[in-house]
Design a protein around this ligand. Sequence first.
Ligand code: ADP
Ligand code: MG
Length: 217
Amino acid sequence: MISSEQLTHYIYAVRSAILAHEADIECLDREIGDGDHYINMKRGCEAIAGLAEALTKLPLVDALNSIGMKLLSTIGGASGPLFASFFIGMSKTLKVNGPDSAMHIAAAFDAGVQAIMQRGKAQAGEKTMLDVLIPVAETFKSLAAQGKSTREIAGILKQVAIEGVESTRSMLATKGRASGLGERVIGHLDAGAKSCQVMIHAVCDQVLDEQSRQPAP
Ligand code: ADP
Ligand code: MG
């Protein structure tokens, strides 16, 4: 259902979206972190875009694993190993189920999110990227199980990602650098949650674009 060729389109779309959001991502990590999150994200995006050609020649499972391994050695910060775990976790689950249905892709996305939770020992409500990723994974699984169309799933996941990043505004931080700042973090969005929302929007927009170019059934 997702080819390695499509994966490279998603990679380029994610890189463009992260670069286009430099100001807000950078500013958020400066407010309640150490200000390097945008640089970390940009470094990761450039490294993966550099691999994109080679990835088209690999099966999707191997391409996702290669992305994880590359991120492990390039992003740095707290977020590097977490994003690496996501892709490696996703790859492992796709290897078992295959990528042939929305339910399998949703299950693989969920496995990636679970891998982040294990690696970072974090849950929902701790003012991290997980406050976008967990609700997106849950909604994705539920919509896929209900047999919703790809177009409908992509549209709803974009909205859930926005709600997720907004939900971090009122949270106290209990993981990562912001966790030492107490009440001062209230009113600020989490930078990692913002970059996940931006990436999810980029992929969903790409999926919606592919759908709009498909001939009507
Ligand atoms: P660092 O915190 O080392 O400077 P980054 O700035 O690249 O690394 O990433 C910070 C982001 O990582 C945070 O905004 C948050 O979303 C995420 N993060 C930090 N710790 C965790 C954790 N334990 N679990 C999940 N996400 C986390
Ligand atoms: Mg940082």
